[in-house]
Design a protein around this ligand. Structure first.
Ligand code: IMP
Ligand code: MG
Length: 178
């Protein structure tokens, strides 16, 4: 798999260090709020697993699946909630956990959905942010790393469902997807 990676953008040590810092910040922000962390499948699964273990507060977790139509490497702007969450979000402090914010279409849709469902507060924690590609005026409250406009894989992020198990974030070689 390493042969398909052009460059390692964020290595294991940098991920660990930054996620631990985020955990400390979130621990302070969510004392006594019993937050419901909602991971957006499948990309956020690896980040979620590490993030909750560096947050020292009582909390609950859940997952949902949001799919945008269109080809694999771009979000189309039409988002669909594939699995609804089982927990009641009414009056809860919701923290959406994302792998990456790209166009912002997924995030905009999810934030509006939770507000409609009566959440008390909806905040967003994203491991990566590709701000250059934004189509919607949305931003995450907590961001791990700002990254350039490159297609990245690893640590949960995929290309055609592969590479999620890489322990680092790497830029995928263009010849793999073009
Ligand atoms: P958005 O709606 O364009 O913000 O789409 C965000 C989703 O697109 C992410 O949750 C990823 O699933 C996917 N995505 C965007 N950029 C990348 C990337 O560089 N690598 C892998 N997946 C990506
Ligand atoms: Mg995703």
């Amino acid at each position: 798999m390493r042969a398909d990676i052009q460059e390692v953008l964020v290595d294991e040590a940098a991920l660990k260090k930054r996620i631990s810092e985020m955990g400390q910040e979130l621990t302070k922000a969510y004392q006594d709020k019993n937050p419901l962390l909602i991971g957006v499948l499948k990309g956020s699964a690896v980040f979620m697993a590490d993030l909750i273990r560096v947050m020292d507060v009582p909390m609950e977790i859940d997952f949902l699946k949001a799919s945008s139509y269109g080809n694999e490497a771009r979000s189309s702007g039409t988002v669909q909630l594939k699995t609804d969450i089982s927990m009641d979000v009414k009056d809860r402090y919701i923290l959406l956990v994302e792998d990456i914010i790209d166009t912002g279409n997924t995030l905009k849709f999810l934030m509006e959905s939770f507000e409609t469902m009566g959440a008390r507060e909806v905040k967003v924690c994203s491991l990566l942010n590709k701000h250059e590609r934004r189509e919607q005026q949305v931003t995450a409250d907590y961001i791990g790393f700002e990254i350039p406009n490159e297609f990245v894989v690893g640590y949960g992020l995929d290309f055609a469902q592969k590479y999620r198990n890489l322990p680092y974030i790497g830029i995928l070689k263009k010849e793999v997807y073009e």
